[in-house]
Design a protein around this ligand. Structure first.
Ligand code: ADP
Length: 386
């Protein structure tokens, strides 16, 4: 204990030892060689931590192993002081202080070793500059490929838009040209009926009626076919559409048929959705028309329209009390021109539900039905929320 107290009380004392010059035989050359070398080592060791600390403070955010740098700087700084003290000892033999500084140096060195071992796995996992450069090169190549693909896609989209426009023009012209001869057939049938009606018997008049009826149906079919063909590229703008308002418009348009059939259309609190107004109107128009059309004799149609607000979709249901559909036709009726009733029984072209399906798909939704023959049908469809 006394040694310990003596040690710290006489930390800077030099009285128990001779200066190193006097300890043994030093030639001037030997002594100064020792001193100058120690001082040079001290100067170099002193500069290294200063450089490291300057570097760390400037690049603090960019450096990963800040702590390791600091430990390392401390360790070198302490090593430098041992060399400095060794040089000083030639005049001032402070052996106690020298021992203490060496102890501190040893402790900091061990702490540095411990810290280095700890960060070693992480340091090894760091990418070298060469690896980083290779990675940058790879990414640049991928980026330029992406740009190339985007350009290709853009030029394909432009070509597709152009060909769609041409197709649309073609469909409109074809529809006009097909309807022209039909108008002639229909017109001359009317003329024949008007001018020669008294000269014709009942069978001839019936034939004229069938011919005229065929021409009218053909004309309706061409119009619907044109509308269906245009669906692909004539979506109209997506906008806020008040569904209640749309149903009111459809009711106004079909006022005559609704009154004639004594039909009731029930709806309440339908939402505003983001969709193509033209298409959504066509969709409800087709479903309401079918609900009015496929009805039992002597029964007044009751049509209910509701909407359920789901997480990602609006789910609509159009329910009727009509003739219903056998479940074996549940998927077929959405195909183009697919009808399950004779035209004498119910009029139609077989395009309504195919059109509905296409419209729903353009709104990222699905359409399906539940039905029981003789009881009625409910058509469901979803529209994805934008
Ligand atoms: P269209 O009504 O012009 O024949 P659709 O594609 O609209 O063509 O309908 C296809 C078939 O599905 C119809 O022919 C009909 O038999 C059946 N259908 C459609 N809606 C209903 C309904 N609400 N009730 C009963 N049958 C229906």
């Amino acid at each position: 204990m006394q040694d310990f107290v003596d040690f710290f009380t006489g930390l800077f004392s030099t009285d128990r030892w001779p200066p190193r010059w006097k300890c043994g035989y030093w030639s001037d050359f030997h002594g100064w060689l020792y001193i100058i070398s120690d001082l040079l080592i001290w100067a170099a060791y002193f500069a290294i931590p200063l450089i490291i600390i300057n570097y760390v403070t400037k690049r603090k955010s960019a450096l990963k192993f800040n702590k390791a740098y600091i430990y390392f700087a401390g360790f070198i700084l302490l090593c430098s002081s041992t060399h400095f003290l060794d040089a000083v000892m030639f005049w001032h033999p402070m052996y106690r202080l020298n021992a203490l500084v060496r102890l501190i140096t040893a402790l900091v060195s061990l702490a540095t070793v411990y810290h280095l071992i700890k960060i070693l796995p992480q340091a090894f996992s760091q990418k070298t500059n060469l690896e980083l450069e290779a990675e940058i090169l790879r990414r640049k190549e991928a980026e330029s490929k992406l740009v190339e693909l985007t350009l290709q896609l853009q030029s394909k989209t432009i070509a597709l838009t152009k060909s769609n426009e041409e197709l649309e023009k073609f469909a409109a012209v074809a529809s006009h040209d097909l309807k022209e001869p039909l108008r002639m057939v229909s017109g001359f049938m009317d003329l024949l009926n008007k001018k020669y009606s008294d000269k014709l018997d009942d069978t001839a008049r019936k034939y004229i009626f069938y011919a005229k009826d065929g021409a009218v149906r053909m004309s309706a079919l061409i119009s619907e076919l044109l509308a269906y063909a245009q669906l692909g590229f004539n979506k109209g703008e997506f906008e806020k559409v008040g569904i209640g308002e749309v149903i009111n418009e459809i009711v106004a348009l079909n006022k005559a048929a609704i009154e004639e059939k004594n039909a009731v259309i029930l709806f309440n609190g339908l939402p505003d959705i983001v969709a193509s107004r033209i298409l959504i109107k066509l969709l409800f128009q087709n479903l309401i028309n079918n609900a009015l059309n496929y009805q039992k004799k002597d029964v007044s149609p009751v049509i209910k329209i509701i909407c359920i607000n789901e997480d990602l979709h609006w789910k609509f249901a159009v329910e009727d009390n009509g003739i219903g559909i056998n479940n074996e036709y549940f998927t077929q009726i959405f195909e183009l021109f697919r009808r399950i009733h004779a035209k004498e029984e119910f009029r139609g072209t077989g395009m309504g539900l195919a059109t509905c399906k296409r419209i729903v798909e353009q709104h990222n939704g699905e359409i399906w039905l539940e039905s029981e023959e003789g009881k009625g049908s409910t058509f469901y469809f979803t529209i994805k929320k934008q």
